[in-house]
Design a protein around this ligand. Structure first.
Ligand SMILES: [Zn+2]
Length: 177
């Protein structure tokens, strides 16, 4: 999808000074909302998130029942948005602790995927295979439930990016056997 007027239909006022934004072409000819008062330009970018595939020695992974939108009530990997002071890997470790009570370490990155978000329009999700270093499995504040499930007995997972990361892990482990 090209960046055009429709891309910015929901961007009206300057976040810095409150002035009405004006849609103008930037140096590359791409349309961006710019503030005529303070010159601040708004860039719409995918929001980064991290997702954890937490695998134990019984070939089970941790899934959580989501408490909040998007997809509240659905099963997903522990995941969250990357804060401004975090790397995606640090975010994965923090989200794992917050949502599952487990202390974790990154074993390997599983790549990334982009998908539609009803809140942010587009999310870029980074997958991590995580090792359990300690703690007890229990649902954190933003998860309704957390449980171990065998890789071949998974319920429907609500985010396509999470499904992709799980498939990568399945492929990694089927090769090892
Ligand atoms: Zn402004």
């Amino acid at each position: 999808m090209a960046i055009n007027k429709e891309s910015y239909e929901d961007v009206n006022f300057c976040l810095k000074c409150g002035n009405k934004m004006k849609l103008l072409a930037d140096q590359e000819g791409k349309m961006r909302p710019k503030c005529p008062n303070c010159n601040w330009t708004y860039y719409k970018n995918p929001i980064p998130a991290s997702a954890c595939v937490i695998l134990n020695d019984k070939n089970e992974i941790v899934i959580i029942k989501r408490k909040f939108e998007p997809n509240a009530g659905g099963w997903a990997l522990p995941s969250g948005y990357v804060e401004i002071d975090q790397t995606p890997a640090e975010c994965a470790i923090d989200e794992m602790k917050e949502e599952t009570g487990l202390d974790g370490e990154v074993i390997v990155q599983l790549g990334y995927d982009t998908e539609y978000s009803p809140i942010y329009e587009k999310v870029i999700s980074f997958g991590f295979l995580m090792k359990i270093m300690g703690g007890e499995l229990q649902a954190g504040d933003d998860a309704a439930e957390a449980r171990y499930v065998r890789l071949n007995e998974l319920p429907e997972i609500v985010f396509p990016s999470h499904v992709k990361f799980i498939e990568i892990v399945k492929a990694l482990y089927s090769k090892k056997k």
